[in-house]
Design a protein around this ligand. Sequence first.
Ligand code: NAD
Length: 481
Amino acid sequence: MSEFVMTIAGESAPTEGTFGVRNPATGEVFARAPECTRQQLDAAFDAAAKAARDWKTDEAARRAVLLRAAEVLMASVGELSPILTAEQGKPLEDAGIEVFASAIWSQYFANLEMPRQVIQDDDTAYVEVVGRPLGVVAAITPWNFPLTLAFWKIAPALLAGNTLVLKPSPFTPLTTLKVGELLRDVFPPGVVNIVSGGDELGAWMTSHPVPRKISFTGSVETGKKVALAAAPDLKRVTLELGGNDPAIVLDDADPATVAAAIFAGAFNNNGQVCSAIKRVYVPESLYDDVVEGLASHARSIKVGEGTEEGVKLGPINNEPQFERVKELVADALAHGATVVAGGKAMDRAGYFFEPTVLAGLSDGTRIVDEEQFGPALPVVSYRDLGDAIERANATHFGLSGSVWGADAERAAQVAGQLECGTAWVNTHLALAPHQPFGGCKWSGIGLENGPWGLSEFTEHQVVHRSKGPNGLNANTARLLS
Ligand code: NAD
C-alpha cells in the first residue's frame, strides 16, 4: 500500500512520527499514518484562516469546485475502495458505495441554494436574512463511514464559504488522507486541510483558538468532551452522536417481510451504523416467527474478508469495539438471554463476530439499554403497545427509530410518538442528502444535510436597508421630532 501523507495549505506535509493502521480482517498493521504535531496543526488552521478570505467571496467558484470534487471522487472509486476495505473492514462493494455517496453529497451541496430570505419589503425597508460563513471549521469523524461522514461536513461547510481542518479517526485515517491528496488540485490551497493523529489531536483541535465551529461525529462520551472544550470560546458545535434505535413491530405485520427488512436495517455495515436498528420490540403473537426470520438471515449471510467475492459482512472495525460486543453478548447470556443465531467470536484471525440474534431478554439488560454498535441484535417481546413505546423512549438516546406494520397510517401514528430525530415507517436507514439528520437527547445537537445542515455552517445576518427619508426609521425618528 502506498504512502499516506497529510495535506496542509494544499501541499504534502511530511511528519517524523507515524502510527500503525490495522486491517481488522487480520488484526495486523498494514500501513502507517502520519502523526500530526501541534506546530503542524497550527499551520493547518493558519492556512485555513488565510484561505477563507478569498474562498468566501465567490459562490459560483465554490459550486464549481464541489462539482469537480465529485467528479474526482467518482473517478477514484477503484483506487479508494480497496484502501477503505483494508482499514475499515467493509466489503469492497460497500466501500465503493461509500466513495460514490461522498460524491453524491458533494454534488447535492454544489447545487443547493444558500440561505437567503426576504422577510420585509415595503415602503419603509427591505430586510433580508442571509447566511454568512463562520470562518474556519474543525471537523472530526469516526471510523464507521470515514469518507461519507467527512463529506457530510466538507460539502456544506465549503458551499457556505468556510474552510476546514479535518481529522479522521485513528482507526481509519487512510482513505481520507488519500482523498486529501487526490483533491489537492481541486481545492484552492488551505481550503481543505487533512490531518491525522490520535484522540489527543481531536482535543487540540476543539480547544484551538482559530476554528469558529466544530462539526463532530462520534460517540456520546466524546461529544460531551467536545461540547465542554467548545464552551470557553463559544465555538458553534454540531454533534452527531450515538444511537440505540428501536424498531417496533406491530401486530398486523408480516413476520417474514419485516424480519428481512429489520435484519438489513440492523446488520448494515456489520451493525456499525449510528442509526442502525439496535433493539427490536415484537408483540408476543409474532415473537417466535420474527426471531426465527431474523436468525435465518443471520445464519445464512456470508461473513468474511471484504475483498472476498460474495461477502456481505466484514469484521468489526477494531479491537476495543470487538471486545465490547463480546462483553455485551456475554452479559446478555449471563442474564438469561438465548442465542438464536451466532453468539460468539469466529475462530479465525481478525475481529470477526458471528451475526448474532438474541431472544428472551428485556430492557434492563446492557445490550438492550446500551449502544452495541456491532453484529448482535436483541429482540424483546411486548404485550401492550403503549408499554413498548414507553420502553423504546426510556433512554438517553434519540437518534432514530422505526415502526413496522401493514396499516401504514397506524404505524405512522406510532412513529410520531418516538422521541428521536428520524422516525421511519416500514423502512430504516433511508438516509439522503436532502433529508436533515440529527438526534434528540444525548444523540446530538444540531442537524446535518439538506438546507438545515447547510444553515448550521452559517451565521444568520440581518441586512436591513432603510427606505425611510434620510435613513430615519420609526425608532430613531422620534429622537428628532
Ligand atoms: P469516538 O467518539 O471514539 O471518536 C470519534 C472521533 O473523535 C475520532 O476521530 C476520535 O479520534 C475523536 N476524538 C476522540 N477523543 C476526542 C476528544 N477528546 N476531542 C476531540 N476529538 C476526539 O467515536 P468512534 O468510536 O470513532 O465512533 C463510533 C461512535 O460514533 C458511535 O457511538 C456511533 O453511534 C457514533 N456515530 C454517530 C453518527 C451520527 O451521525 N450520529 C454517525 C456515525 C457514528
